[in-house]
Write a protein that binds this ligand. Structure first.
Ligand code: GLP
Length: 261
C-alpha cells in the first residue's frame, strides 16, 4: 500500500495558505481536487487500516470516489468503517435519488468494504428520531478519524442549513429551497421530486472527527468558501464552525479559490 502510494506521480497544489487552523490547498481543476482527495483517503487508510470515515455526497466528491475506486487495487479495506453525513427523508430506502443509492453507485459497488462496516441513514425509517439517536450512538462509539465534507452555496455542511446550532447532533431537518435545487440532479432534474426533509449528522458530531477534509470546486462556491475561511464564526454560515476545529484541510480548484488567496 505505502509502495503503491509512492509509485504515484506527485501532485502538488498550485498554492497553499494557512488560515488559522485551516490549511487551504488550491489545485488546477476539479479533476485534480478529486485525485488529491482520493490520495488523501488512501493515505489515511495506509496510516490506520481501521479508519472510520464520515463521507459526503453531492456532485463535488464524484471524482474522488471514481479515483479512489480506480486506485484502491489490492488495498485491504476490510477494517474500514464508513458513515454518511446525511440522507433524504420520506422516500423509499431503495429510491434511486437517495444517498444510499448514490453511495452504492459511486463507491460501494466498486470496492470491497464489508457490509457490516457501512453505516447509512434510512430514508424510510418509520421513526426519524429513533433513527437519528441510533445513528448518533453508532457514530460516537466508532469515533470518526476523517470527515470528508462538501459545502453548499449557502455554507451548509451535510444538511446543516444556515441557522443550525453548533451543538447540533444527528437530527431531522428541513431542506432549504436552494439546497433542494442543488440536489435535483439526483431526481431527474425534477425539483418537485426532491424531498423537503432530511436527516443529517449535526455540526457538533462533525466537529468530533479527528481530522476534516473539505472539498469545494467551481465559482459557485467562492462566497461560501470566503465566509468559511475569513468570516465570523456564526450559525448563519454553518461551515464557519470549522474555524473552531484544530485540524482542517480544504482542497479547492482555482475557480472556487479566486477570492480567498
Ligand atoms: C448537498 C449535500 C451536502 C453537500 C452539498 C454540496 O445538499 N447534502 O452534503 O456537501 O449539497 O453539494 P455539491 O457538491 O453538489 O455542490
Amino acid at each position: 500500500m505505502a509502495a503503491e502510494l509512492m509509485e504515484m506521480e506527485e501532485i502538488r497544489p498550485l498554492a497553499t495558505k494557512q488560515v488559522g487552523s485551516i490549511r487551504l490547498e488550491v489545485f488546477e481543476d476539479e479533476q485534480t481536487v478529486g485525485e488529491a482527495a482520493a490520495r488523501f483517503l488512501l493515505a489515511q487508510i495506509a496510516e490506520k487500516p481501521h479508519s472510520v470515515f464520515l463521507l459526503p455526497t453531492g456532485r463535488t466528491p464524484l471524482i474522488m470516489y471514481t479515483r479512489l475506486a480506480e486506485k484502491v487495487g489490492s488495498v485491504d479495506l476490510s477494517g474500514v468503517q464508513t458513515f454518511n453525513l446525511d440522507e433524504f427523508y420520506g422516500i423509499p430506502s431503495d429510491h434511486s435519488g437517495n444517498y444510499r443509492s448514490y453511495m452504492q453507485r459511486e463507491l460501494f459497488s466498486r470496492v470491497t468494504i464489508p457490509a457490516a462496516n457501512i453505516h447509512l441513514l434510512n430514508s424510510a425509517a418509520p421513526d426519524a428520531l429513533a433513527e437519528c439517536q441510533h445513528y448518533e450512538n453508532q457514530l460516537t462509539a466508532a469515533g470518526v478519524d476523517l470527515a470528508v465534507l462538501g459545502i453548499g452555496t449557502n455554507g451548509h455542511i451535510g444538511f446543516n442549513e444556515p441557522g443550525s446550532s453548533f451543538q447540533s447532533r444527528t437530527r431531522p431537518v428541513t431542506i432549504r429551497p436552494e439546497t433542494r435545487q442543488a440536489n435535483k440532479f439526483l431526481f431527474n432534474d425534477r425539483l418537485d421530486a426532491v424531498p423537503e426533509t432530511a436527516i443529517t449528522v449535526g455540526i457538533a458530531s462533525i466537529l468530533q472527527a479527528r481530522r476534516i477534509l473539505l472539498l469545494a470546486t467551481g465559482s459557485g462556491k467562492q462566497q461560501a468558501l470566503a465566509g468559511m475561511l475569513y468570516g465570523q464564526v456564526t450559525e448563519v454560515l454553518p461551515a464557519s464552525a470549522l474555524q473552531t476545529h484544530a485540524d482542517v484541510v480544504v482542497f479547492t480548484d482555482k475557480a472556487a479559490a479566486e477570492t480567498v488567496l
